[in-house]
Design a protein around this ligand. Structure first.
Ligand SMILES: [Zn+2]
Length: 202
């Protein structure tokens, strides 16, 4: 058993239990495994974490993660489709479903439904408009959640893109109301993507 009087261990358990899906019990189990495998686990983990901390940054154009000293994929060659998601986890869910293989734009959240339209600055919406113009993008696929916030954000984005000629589509309503993209099964995601429809602006 872990000796709870050791401050270093207590601190580590506290941090690990903050990770998603882990409570204090599983955190203890993980910490114990680490301690019992100092060379095989703690050493490489420490190095890798330090590298990630130092070198992985968020691209301020597309919102994706990138290595600090290399160009982001959004800056590589031209592309004609962009799928807009709220966060990285949503992008990973769509990627693993295999339905879409194009470029992404990660907003970094949603607009609060109750706030005025002028709050778009915090999310990467302006840079989306710039990407669409710069690359003459033909289709923007809005894959935000089917929640009020997701819908508000999606409307705000299609308004912002009005000046461009881009075709804007939204995932089909197969996405359950309130449904977060990250937690959809591949089948639902697949059909929502396949049946995506044009966004009608009012
Ligand atoms: Zn980028």
């Amino acid at each position: 058993m872990t000796d709870n009087n050791v401050k270093e261990i207590e601190d580590l358990i506290k941090i690990v239990s903050k990770l998603p899906g882990l409570g204090p019990k599983s955190a203890k189990r993980i910490v114990l495994r680490l301690i019992n495998n100092r060379e095989e686990l703690i050493k490489p983990l420490t190095n890798t974490l330090a590298q990630v901390y130092k070198n992985v940054v968020r691209c301020n154009i597309c919102g994706n993660l990138k290595s600090a000293n290399s160009n982001c994929v959004c800056n590589s060659k031209k592309y004609d489709q962009i799928c807009v998601v709220e966060n990285i986890a949503d992008m990973w869910a769509i990627q693993s479903s295999g339905i879409y293989k194009g470029h992404y734009h990660i907003l970094g959240g949603t607009l609060p439904s109750f706030e005025s339209k002028n709050t778009g600055g915090a999310l990467l919406i302006e840079s989306l408009v710039n990407r669409v113009k710069k690359n003459s993008v033909k289709e923007v696929i809005l894959a935000t959640s089917a929640s009020i916030e997701g819908e508000t954000t999606s409307h705000y984005i299609s308004d912002s893109l009005k000046g461009t000629k881009v075709k804007i589509t939204r995932l089909a309503k197969g996405v359950p109301v309130g449904g977060e993209i990250e937690f959809l099964d591949d089948g639902t995601l697949f059909s929502a993507f396949k049946n995506r429809g044009p966004v009608v602006s009012d």
